[in-house]
Design a protein around this ligand. Structure first.
Ligand code: ASP
Length: 310
């Protein structure tokens, strides 16, 4: 089946993002990376490429930017290290690959894709994931590549207060978020991808929602593709991404209603802060968040892209 629409939506994290804490040039810098990521993904789709490739390429662009809490810009753990999580899912056949607690790997989303493609497993963690990356000849980077002075200062502040924080809540240094992408290709296939450094000052070995299929990442051609960002523990307990899909499948909700209900209803009442991006089989896009901002963008077919923060 060829569908008329193709579309991609991306996020760069949700949190306390206020216009007053953001300088003009910083805002421009964030928007520029979002624009590049959504454009590259959209061109892949326009040329008839796969949703899976579009979400992966878009996420890799954000992983390579130190502005976002994923790949290069990952936040510091309580031990002063970087442990990254990522997941990718193909809505066509429900195949998925993910990694948790990985170090040194330049693009964790690429590693997640390799887990899906080249292993018999769905989720690899820590040293096992790193060994697999080496077997697959993926690019590794030295510690300095992941070092960023402002993130280091952010970690020192969190450590001092003995706090585990969302990267995006550190308005003072204007460095925000986990990244993700969802897409619909011309063949009607959906895909989702999410990549993160997790929460600032997180405990050694802590895994968030991003690499957990059904919590932070989910795609199913029968319903939608979803990528989440926010306080992972809540997204895990409320199985957020899969819940949105279930509301569409079993309760006949629209994408918009299902996503709103979970983020601004269920999760908000529970105290879970964050947002998500979702796309359905018709190319409808939903981007609800219950924080003051979420870095986000989408592009539907050949229409002009939409980019926003607050
Ligand atoms: N959801 C991520 C986690 O809990 C954090 C984020 O979205 O920024 O690991």
């Amino acid at each position: 089946m060829e569908v008329k629409n193709f579309a991609i939506a991306i996020h760069g994290g949700a949190g306390t993002v206020s216009k007053s804490s953001m300088s003009k040039w910083k805002e421009r810098a964030y928007k520029e990376v979002l624009r590049r990521a959504v454009t590259v993904g959209s061109i892949i789709l326009q040329k008839g490429g796969r949703a899976l490739d579009a979400v992966m390429e878009a996420v890799m662009i954000m992983e390579d930017s130190s502005l976002f809490n994923a790949g290069r810009g990952s936040v510091f753990t309580a031990d002063g290290k970087h442990e990254m999580d990522a997941a990718i899912m193909n809505g066509r056949n429900l195949k998925a690959g993910s990694v948790a607690g990985v170090t040194d790997v330049k693009n964790p989303i690429l590693l997640a894709r390799m887990v899906m493609k080249k292993s018999k497993h769905v989720l690899l963690t820590g040293e096992g994931a790193l060994n697999f990356a080496k077997e697959q000849d993926l690019e590794l980077k030295p510690k300095e590549y992941f070092f960023d002075q402002s993130r280091y200062n952010q970690w020192l502040r969190a450590k001092e207060k003995n706090k585990v924080a969302l990267d995006h809540d550190e308005a003072s240094n204007n460095k925000f978020g986990t990244v993700g992408a969802v897409a619909l290709d011309k063949k009607g296939n959906l895909a989702a991808a999410t990549s993160t450094g997790g929460m600032v000052n997180k405990k050694y070995g802590r895994v968030g929602d991003s690499p957990i299929i059904g919590a932070g990442t989910y795609a199913n051609n029968a319903t939608c593709a979803v990528s989440c960002t926010g306080h992972g523990e809540y997204f895990l307990r409320y199985c957020v991404a899969h819940e949105v899909s279930s509301l569409i499948k079993y309760a006949n909700k629209t994408l918009e209603d299902a996503s709103e209900l979970i983020i601004n209803g269920v999760l908000k009442s529970a105290g879970g802060r964050g947002g998500l991006i979702a796309i359905d089989t018709l190319g409808n896009v939903a981007m609800p968040f219950n924080t003051s901002g979420m870095y986000r963008a989408y592009k539907i077919s050949l229409e002009k892209e939409f980019i926003s923060i607050y």
